[in-house]
Write a protein that binds this ligand. Sequence first.
Ligand SMILES: Nc1nc2c(ncn2[C@@H]2O[C@H](COP(=O)(O)OP(=O)(O)OP(=O)(O)O)[C@@H](O)[C@H]2O)c(=O)[nH]1
Ligand SMILES: [Mg+2]
Length: 209
Amino acid sequence: MDFRGSEQPAPAAGPRSEDALPATAAAAVKVVIVGGFGVGKTTLVGSVSEIRPLTTEETMTQAGVGVDDTAGIGGKTSTTVAMDFGRISINEELVLYLFGTPGQERFWFLWRGLFEGALGAVVLVDTRRLEVSFDVIGRLEERGVPFVVAVNSFPDTPGYPVDELRAALDLPEAVPIVMCDARERASSRDVLMTLMRYLQTLATTREAS
Ligand SMILES: Nc1nc2c(ncn2[C@@H]2O[C@H](COP(=O)(O)OP(=O)(O)OP(=O)(O)O)[C@@H](O)[C@H]2O)c(=O)[nH]1
Ligand SMILES: [Mg+2]
């Protein structure tokens, strides 16, 4: 028998202290991170999650040529084929569960499940390719899921006045638009805080009426 290559499997990683849910956690909210292909959804979930994020990245291959629109996202080598998952505690009591959606249209059939029970969404936008966000926003509006828009800044992202962006995306005045760098934990956290404040405002308005 040839034992070459029969390395012992690495011992299963034990539970990590940061994976444990804080004992004080009293409420959990499901949030989805949506947006077109390659706008930085996986990056945002990964930067902000306090647990090791679950990702379902697959290497992009020749098979995707002509199917996946990679114009404007040169250098990207992998893509989400099912979902991203992460978790962040906003305070001692409130925990957000983050679900990143796949950006490529051929995987959008998965959205239905990912949206179930979601209280709100973050739409990540790349201003160099605004058109990939139109359908995404339309689908959220159809489903009645409240959302905020986060503009992910890439090095050659042209400046885009917020008013023009709101007009281009046809967004109501009330929908918050924030700038972010999805690679930065603090910035990604700010986006989620904006969403939580917006949901709170909507709930208060609903109660008052
Ligand atoms: N400069 C810069 N690069 C970023 C930023 N966010 C993401 N990237 C890079 O852009 C590429 C796309 O990021 P992903 O997070 O995979 O995008 P995605 O939206 O999850 O992509 P799909 O799941 O394929 O739709 C990666 O190579 C990231 O390193 C950012 O804020 N700034
Ligand atoms: Mg992704």
